[in-house]
Design a protein around this ligand. Structure first.
Ligand SMILES: [Zn+2]
Length: 258
């Protein structure tokens, strides 16, 4: 066990994943495992701690693939389904460990309460339903997970507030379209940055490749990884060739140590 942060990409795809059901797009038909992308999430591990950022519809498969048998908590970026729909599948962790801590904006917790009302029910709760301990993330207020400090970063996904997270030299951002100079300051100095790059063409609520690369140039980390990728970005191996030396496409099950 080590105090170094290990980040495993559990999923690196956009909301429909790659392949898209029924699609005959060449990237969706690719046999390269790096072109198969589950919904976006990362596992943060150190010293026996395991946390995930987001808990989308592929959460169960991701936990099985990475053989995660203990979960210390879930950090939510925002409430969209590709980041939250897997919450029911915390049941095996809940049965073994008890209440599972979640960390989220108040607005995200309200949304989870609507969509997973039975999880938050206090009276006559169904015995098979899991229970979470809610930790609200306040804007600009760092919080602890295990023995590490997390700095929340406020970004915008079109008009929706989304949290990015900085842990030491590592910053994780997804579903970003714009970042204010004040929030950029919180990211500066990170050695490793993960950021979303949807496709080549512009999009209303996501960085395209050009915007993601401009953001990376401004931060100038030692290494950057792109995630939340759509089939329209192209084949993994082709896109990788045109990226700057310090920038890589993330792919499912890639692990990096910071
Ligand atoms: Zn998303």
């Amino acid at each position: 066990m080590t105090n170094n942060l290990r980040v495993t990409f559990l999923g690196t795809g956009t909301s429909q994943g790659i392949p898209i059901i029924g699609s005959t797009h060449p990237v969706c038909l690719s046999n390269n495992p790096k072109d198969k992308r589950l919904r976006v999430s990362v596992l943060l591990s150190w010293d026996g701690y395991n946390y995930v950022i987001d808990c989308g519809p592929d959460f169960r498969q991701q936990m099985l693939t990475q053989q995660v048998n203990h979960l210390d908590g879930i950090l939510y970026t925002h409430e969209h389904s590709d980041h939250t729909a897997g919450l029911d599948d915390i049941r095996p962790f809940f049965f073994r460990q008890g209440n599972i801590p979640i960390y989220a904006h108040n607005r995200v917790v309200k949304s989870l309460k609507k969509r997973f009302d039975y999880i938050f029910q206090e009276k006559n709760k169904y015995p098979g339903a899991p229970t979470v301990d809610v930790n609200l993330i306040a804007d600009n207020k760092p919080f602890q997970i295990g023995d590490k400090e997390v700095i929340p970063i406020n970004v915008l996904h079109n008009k929706l507030q989304v949290f990015g997270f900085r842990i030491g030299d590592f910053t994780y951002l997804t579903d970003v379209k714009s970042i204010t100079p004040k929030e950029m300051k919180k990211i500066k100095g990170s050695k490793v940055v993960v950021v979303n790059a949807l496709r080549i063409e512009p999009h209303i609520s996501h960085f395209n490749l050009e915007e993601a690369l401009a953001f990376i140039r401004e931060i100038s980390p030692e290494k950057a990884y792109l995630t939340h990728i759509s089939h329209l970005l192209g084949f993994h191996d082709e896109v990788e060739k045109i990226l700057p030396n310090n920038v890589h496409l993330a792919y499912d099950n890639l692990t990096i140590t910071i």
